[in-house]
Write a protein that binds this ligand. Sequence first.
Ligand code: FUC
Length: 792
Amino acid sequence: MLNMHGLVLCACAITTMTPLIVASDLPADSDDMTLWYRQPAEKWLHALPVGNGRLGAMVFGGIDRERIQLNENSLWSGGPIDPNNPEALKHLPELRRMLFEGRYVEADEFAKAHSLGTPARVKPYQTLGDLFLEMSAVKEAAEYRRELDLATGICRVRYRVGDARYTREVFASAPDQVIVIRMACDKPGRVSTTVRMTRPGRPVCESVGDSTLVMKGRCDGGEGMAFQARLRVLNEGGKVEASKDSLTIAGADRVTLLLAAATSYRGGDSEADCVKRLASASRESYDALRERSAADVRGHMGRVKLVLAPADDAVKALPTDERLEFVRKGGDDSGLIALYFQMGRYLLLSSSRPGGLPANLQGLWCEEMHPPWNCDYHLNINLQMNYWPAEVTNLAECAQPLVDYLDSLREPGRKTARVHYGCRGFTAHHLSDVWGFTVPADGVWGLWPMGAAWLCQNLLEHYAFGGDRVFLEKRAYPIMKEAAEFLLDFLVEDPQGRLVTNPSHSPENWFLTPEGKKACLCVGATMDLEIVHDLFTNCIAAGEALDVDAEFRAKLAAALKKLAPLQVGRHGQLQEWLVDFEENEVGHRHMSHLYAFHPGNQITLRGTPDLAKAVRASLERRLEHGGGGTGWSRAWVALFWARFEEGDLAADSLKVLLTQSTEANLFDLHPPHIFQIDGNLGGTAAIAEMLLQSHAGEVSLLPAIPKSWPAGSVTGLRARTGLQVDVAWKDGQATSATLKADQDRTCKLRVPRGRSIKSIVSEGRPIEVHSIEDGCASFDARAGRRYELAFQ
Ligand code: FUC
């Protein structure tokens, strides 16, 4: 029993119905890379995730019954369809006229009747099913511990039954493309279990031979995608008996279960795929599989280390759910912030790997057949936010699926551009799926053809961080150019001769018309103008870097000059709309018009101080009226505060994220109680943004360190223009930093607050540092060299 800060934290026996589980009183051996618990998960949101970017599992860690919920990230209901509405285009001129004339309510009704896709919805992503291990003989367990090691991706359950110590390990191997479950005991012949698989919709579940279990079927009542999960038992000692739909292992010393899964999404034979994977994995020893998978995860997770001191050792030694509870009750646990940060990196790595699909609303972990929002791709913030931590936290390759995905939207998006708007180029709206859905959907707020254009920002970010010219030329620029072509055609002149989007909408806030009516569609919502500005500016920069398309660049530049401006409204706020409407929901979770401040950089603290002031007024206004109420929204708030260099306010928002929108397994929550991965990944990006910024043409070390992190260190973060950054601080001030350059460049460095540069040394020699105005210094960096910075 520990007693800290007036809180009593209990390490006593935790009783469940059956069996009795006595929690571990073993030393915690916890660090900021391990989630751990004294009890099995009672519900899905307490289970622990493993994933290899394609296969995912949620491990409950039961004693008498283990549930491992399974996912394969291409398992979606539905199929390719043509949802374009051939009637939409002929109604576009009338819709535009209504909006220019300020007939907003009428326009909403009109658009609802004429402008949406057919159908105006997507089909859901679905669970693959459940794997159950029944160990009914176990009545009582002691020294229970369940943990997830983020450094290796291994989920482990340990407990003692009488004199026997049991260990169960689960991981999803990326190198071997199987989920591996290992059951072991330190006493011979004590591992016994019955293995079953289930899924709603009654797929075929049957044993094949004496050691293989298969679950297979088709989605949508037999009409849809084919899927298969195939499990092979490798027992050491004991025997395996097959019944029709289960396998029973009795008296083994150890058992390894290998699970392969596949779908027909990519056109292959899911059975052949599973058979091949199992055959190959079962030739390996458990130790070899485990080490290969762990080494792969280590190779990614180990790139960044974050230590936030002071973390109270007694608090650090607590299980993760108790640490969270401690913070909920008002305690401070900077180590939990570091753990949350690494959890975000782990979730991205586990749900988005090169060659696969991007992370959906829940990454790839989903236990339902009809999940909230279909567990789809939402392109009006959620999908973009998923990838905000990728570059800065050194997992750039995890963003590759997003590039492939955006590329895959080009063909269907071209048709939507043509059929709905009569435009060239390609577009996507706010909903999408794995079938290439690009049309306006859901309701009138879905009439927002800016989704693809926003996603293009993530493309240029990859180039900005990594400087990969081939990527820029072959992958990013062609997509960006096509998205810009659409917008060049889509923009129209308003009666004052300014270029605007029409129809337009500020996701997902409605406004009050001058008559006091609630309306959705408008002309030139600020976010649209900012996305256009961002994409056109980036296209011009990319075209210049590649020395191509001078004529096209000139067109973009001319359009930028005519684009309606950003404006400051009656509350001193950055206007959300071209007209200074009152918001229908002042504290709305979306803060779309602040896009230019983050993730964009059209507005910066020092570059455009007046607009930055207006951003701050908007942010404060949102917060005063209850904004930041969802996890992702709160993470975005933390990011804004980081860009305002307000470390304490950013830390306050992280605390709200942890205390109000985080489950015991550190999954981010959306009201009422729904897992959404965007908050995790946005929160991770926010922590990185507090440590390092590089969006404003300068590298800023420790721009937003809060008082609650007086000392610490981070290694392996990445900054734009190819820098790897390590930095340490004490008493709230930078003490040293190391920059490793990937490219030859002049490095403009914002000197950390309250410090000056004492020296920069590379390869044992001092480097010439030029002081420039406004608190910055510069030096010439050469590719491949390290620069050691000392501060005073
Ligand atoms: C957007 C948000 C919601 C939710 C959904 C999945 O529509 O407005 O809050 O995150 O996506």
